[in-house]
Write a protein that binds this ligand. Structure first.
Ligand SMILES: *[C@@H]1O[C@H](CO)[C@@H](O)[C@H](O)[C@H]1NC(C)=O
Ligand SMILES: *[C@@H]1O[C@H](CO)[C@@H](O)[C@H](O)[C@H]1NC(C)=O
Length: 995
């Protein structure tokens, strides 16, 4: 799955090398020619020596700068005729930039830095200056560069200049090429550009143009010769809708991606008839497809609209493009928008020059048209994360140039045979999954594929029951996902043989059995995921795997005491849901790179050692459902990154208030089902400001519910049930921020999370039944204070919690009335007030609670008629109301009494008391259901909190970097990577509940 990210990485790695090659070629050329000419001019030599003095050069890149003939020095170019220095090519020497961005070990710096001496002014004939990919550590670009009047080429990209870009550069009237990409610089305006009348190439990417935001376009419009304009990520906020006279008559490349335009696509863009490549990705463009004048784009090669809010019908787009007699389009990227409709069969075939069709993560439906086979130049086809269905047409097999076929996460049906893949001789990556598990792989056993893949991902398909033999000759595989693919087999020899080269192995959710062979070696595995299988025997550990997921298998034995030496680079370890025993090894405390540790649902015993000091990255600790005892060690909360602490269902005990004091960064705290005691610490409310979920259910906590908890602005789940809490319910709970309002998303998050929501079908296996819950926000908001000794009234303010999904106050000693405004809990699905001393009528506002489907008011002293109409039509089970002798009306058999029928009323009361014993069994069942609700809520709470509140807090850091670090054409692809990882994360989180 990550191979594209890999190649992206490699690209970055090799780019500097390539450029170095180019510059070496250039200097060889100039030094050759200088052989026949007089050596360099003395005043210029001195200027260069002076310039070198100002620089820092720790790795001696300029060591050749000695002797008299400066024209032979590294990076210097001289004129054939005069011997004047004309070029200074000091970009890309060494691996400075690689080290800066972390792609090469940051040992000795090979960057040029220091200061840029004004002695360069003596190089009167300098026309080429390249200082790119060095590290000038934030110094400003010297003003005097504006006086190098012969300069035609200036490249300062990636060189860590900072501050304001000097307007003096506007004096360089001969400049053709100006590259200031990725400086941490800003401009106060762009008026100085008017002086650059010869400019053909301008790159101001990542320069902060906020202050020029209102008239940037007018300023650029003054550059008549401009052919390439790159303004990626310039913090531009406005894209003028109409411009009087667009002068861009030569413009062929326009990159405005990663800006914040928040507007529709202006029509003038489509009138620039010279345009070949248009990049508008991730720039908050909102537009229906019908707004775009596709017919004007007949010269366009690249149209990149990735990650915007384009909606409308994809067929309209393609029909529009086909209006051109000969479409030149080579790349169409519309990934991560809201495009819908079906791919048109007839017109698609007219896009004869199409090489990349990137449509992932939209709302496209329907089948792949058979005409796809006529796009003979197609290299990349991305249709993942849509709602496409039908069977895959045979004609896909005709795409002889196809490298990448991405059909992940749609609703494919039918059979996939070797005919579909037979012609794909250049295929490198094939990913497919069918959300309804209806795609059947039907390859003959002898088939030998014509391609050699580096990546295969098949998920949610009928691939098994044995491992596909046709993969056995794929010797270059690096990324392998065969998950939820109905495989009941042992892992074949050919797959183990590949293990040294494997980067990504996901065989989760099958019925793979057997033991792990000792011969298995992973030398460079980023991920090994064998979870949810039937593997048995003892664990194996591989020194170079960084994510090891073996959850929910039959592994037994214990974790070796020396695990930190066996797996020094481990970042994620998931061993939950096995039969492991023994203690949690002390040496886990030495696994410095550990980020997530899941050991839940095993038989681990002993104490949790005080071993949590040297784990700077550890974010998640889940030790729930084991037999651990003793107290929470104080060092856990000294972990600087800890965000999840789950210790539920153990035999842990003690007073928590001291141990938890420093856990301020937690988003989730679960101490449920243990024997902790003492008061709920007030500081949780005061300083755990990121907390989404607080669960201390089923312990021996006592005292009041501290009002401080009300200030937890993001809390979605508050579960204090089954303790000895007393006092009243703080009325300020009605002000809990997250339960008061729906979370508002910024447009960008929305498009991302929308797609994720489609993914988030929650699967829960409870008592053998598989229940699929579709993601809804309401479900995640829970307050459960049941089974305590709470007294007093239900605070009226609680009815403000407009997004609350579950409210359980049962089994307390609450008195007074049900708040009249309870009908304000419009999203409440479950309300349990049973077994209290509530009196008075059932408020009639409850009949408007249209989400409510689970109500229990039994065993109180409620009186009067049961409301009728609306929601109450559905509450026909009399047990909802029983034990309230003074309630009357349907569904109870008690008729509502006239005021003088008091005697009959008293009889009814006596009968109800007799019934109480008989009801106990039933109550137990209810408790189990509560649990289900709770677990469900907990999981969902994580997901919502994760995306809505914390952003990518939980997403593993390296994945985060993969996505954000390399934002280019691979974006569609990486999005898939993130999605898949997210799935895994979700699943891991659910894993504990499965068992
Ligand atoms: C320098 O010499 C080469 C051939 O040796 C020639 O092609 C080139 O045009 C010359 N450059 C100038 C600026 O005269
Ligand atoms: C860009 O410049 C504006 C105005 O000077 C400033 O408010 C903003 O914070 C800057 N953006 C960044 C990312 O530094």
């Amino acid at each position: 799955m990550v191979s594209m990210a890999n190649s992206c990485f490699q690209l970055l790695l090799f780019l500097p090398l390539f450029l170095m090659f180019v510059s070496l070629e250039a200097s060889r050329f100039s030094s050759n020619s200088s052989n026949s000419k007089p050596s360099c001019i003395e005043i210029e030599r001195k200027a260069l020596v002076e310039f070198k003095k100002g620089l820092t050069d720790p790795s001696g890149l300029l060591s050749s700068w000695v002797g008299n003939d400066c024209c032979t020095w590294m990076g210097i170019g001289c004129s054939n005729q005069t011997g004047n220095v004309v070029a200074l090519e000091l970009g890309n020497l060494g691996d400075c930039y690689d080290k800066k961005i972390g792609y090469a070990p940051a040992t000795n710096s090979s960057c040029l830095g220091g200061e840029v001496s004004s002695s360069l002014l003596n190089l009167k004939y300098l026309n080429y200056l390249d200082l790119s990919m060095n590290d000038f550590q934030g110094i400003t670009i010297p003003n005097f560069l504006g006086s190098l009047e012969k300069l035609s080429y200036l490249d300062l990209s990636y060189a860590s200049f900072g501050g304001m870009i000097p307007p003096h550069l506007g004096n360089l009237s001969n400049l053709h090429h100006l590259d200031l990409f990725a400086l941490s610089s800003w401009v106060s305006n762009l008026n100085w550009l008017v002086g650059l009348s010869s400019l053909r190439y301008l790159n101001l990417g990542y320069v902060n143009l906020t202050l020029a935001s209102t008239n940037w376009l007018q300023a650029l419009n003054m550059l008549p010769s401009l052919s390439e304009l790159r303004l990626q990520n310039c913090e531009l906020h406005s894209l003028p809708h109409s411009v009087p006279n667009i002068n861009f008559t030569s413009l062929s490349v326009l990159d405005l991606s990663d800006n914040n335009f928040n507007s529709s696509i202006p029509q003038w863009l489509f009138n620039i008839s010279s345009l070949l490549d248009l990049y508008l990705s991730l720039s908050y463009m909102k537009a229906p497809i019908s707004d775009i004048q596709w017919g004007n784009l007949c010269n366009l090669r690249t149209l990149d609209l990735f990650g915007n809010q384009i909606n409308g019908d994809i067929s309209e787009l393609i029909r529009g493009l086909v209006e051109c007699s000969n479409s030149s389009l080579e790349e169409l990227s519309l990934g991560s928008n809201q495009v819908s409709g079906q791919l048109p069969d007839y017109s698609l075939a007219h896009l004869q020059n199409l090489r990349n069709l990137l449509l992932s993560n939209n709302l496209i439906s329907g089948p792949i048209p058979a005409s796809i086979g006529r796009l003979s130049k197609l290299e990349i086809l991305h249709l993942s994360f849509n709602q496409m269905n039908g069977s895959i047409p045979d004609s896909v097999g005709k795409l002889a140039n196809l490298n990448v076929l991405a059909l992940y996460n749609n609703y494919w049906e039918g059979a996939l045979s070797q005919n579909h893949l037979q012609g794909l001789t250049k295929l490198l990556s094939f990913t497919i999954s069918s959300s309804n598990n209806s795609l059947i792989f039907n390859m003959s056993h002898e088939w030998v594929p014509p391609f050699s893949l580096t990546e295969i991902a098949i998920r949610n398909c009928q691939l098994g029951p044995i491992f596909p033999a046709w993969l056995s000759n794929q010797k270059l595989l690096v990324d392998i996902t065969l998950a939820d693919a109905a495989i009941s087999d042992t892992i074949p020899y050919w797959l183990w043989e590949l293990s040294p080269q494997i980067y990504w192995l996901d065989l989760s959710y099958n019925r793979i059995h057997g033991m792990l062979p000792n011969s298995l070696v992973f030398l460079s595995a980023f991920l090994v995921d064998l979870s949810f299988n039937r593997l048995e025997g003892s664990l194996l550990f591989w020194p170079d795997a960084s994510n090891l997921l073996l959850a929910s298998n039959l592994f037994s034995g214990s974790i070796p005491m020396t695990i930190s030496q066996m797996m020094p680079s481990l970042e994620v370890l998931d061993l939950s849901g096995n039969f492991l025993n023994g203690s949690i090894p002390l040496s886990i405390g030495k696994m410095k790179r550990l980020e997530m540790l899941y050991l839940s649902n095993n038989h681990f015993s002993g104490r949790i050692h005080d071993q949590w000091r040297d784990l700077p990255n550890l974010e998640i600790i889940d030790l729930s459902k084991n037999n651990l005892h003793g107290e929470i060690p104080g060092s856990i909360c000294s972990l600087p990154s800890l965000s999840w602490l789950k210790l539920s269902s153990n035999n842990l005990s003690g007073e928590v208030s001291f141990a938890l004091q420093k856990c301020k960064g937690l988003t989730m705290l679960d101490l449920g089902e243990n024997r902790f005691y003492g008061n709920i610490p007030k500081y949780i409310g005061q300083s755990f400001s990121s907390l989404l979920e607080l669960r201390i259910r089923d312990n021996m906590f006592s005292g009041n519910i501290p009002a401080q908890l009300c200030s937890l602005a993001h809390l979605h789940i508050l579960d204090l049930a089954l303790n000895n809490l007393s006092g009243s319910i703080p009325s300020c709970l009605g002000k809990l921020g997250a339960l008061n309002s729906m979370i508002s998303y910024s447009p960008h998050q929305l498009s991302l999370s929308d797609a994720i929501y489609q993914q988030m079908e929650m699967e829960l296996v409870v008592k053998g039944r598989q229940l699929i819950y579709t993601f809804t926000l309401e479900l995640v908001n829970i307050i459960d204070l049941s089974s305590n000794n709470l007294q007093g009234e239900i605070p009226e303010l609680i009815t403000n919690l407009s997004t609350l999904g579950t409210l359980n106050l049962s089994h307390n000693r609450l008195t007074g009335k049900i708040p009249e405004k309870i009908g304000g809990l419009q999203r409440l699905e479950t309300l349990d007030l049973s077994c209290n001393h509530l009196s008075g009528p059932i408020p009639s506002t409850m009949s408007s609670m249209t989400s409510l489907n689970n109500l229990n008011l039994s065993f109180n002293n409620l009186s009067g008629p049961i409301p009728s109409g609306n929601q109450f039509e559905t509450f026909i089970d009399p047990s909802i109301y029983e034990g309230n002798p003074e309630l009357c009306g349907p569904p109870l058999s008690t008729k509502c009494l006239m005021p003088n029928d008091r005697d009959a009323d008293a009889n009814q009361h006596a009968k109800a008391h007799k019934d109480e014993d008989e009801n106990e069994d039933e109550n137990e069942n209810e408790n189990e259901n509560d649990n289900l609700g709770f677990y469900l809520g907990m999981a969902l709470g994580f997901v919502v909190g994760f995306w809505a509140v914390c952003g990518s807090l939980m997403l593993k850091k390296s994945w985060r970097y993969t996505y954000f670090g390399c934002v280019d054409k691979m974006k569609d692809w990486l999005f898939v990577v993130v999605m898949v990882n997210l799935n895994r994360l979700r699943r891991r989180m659910m894993g504990a509940e499965h068992n």
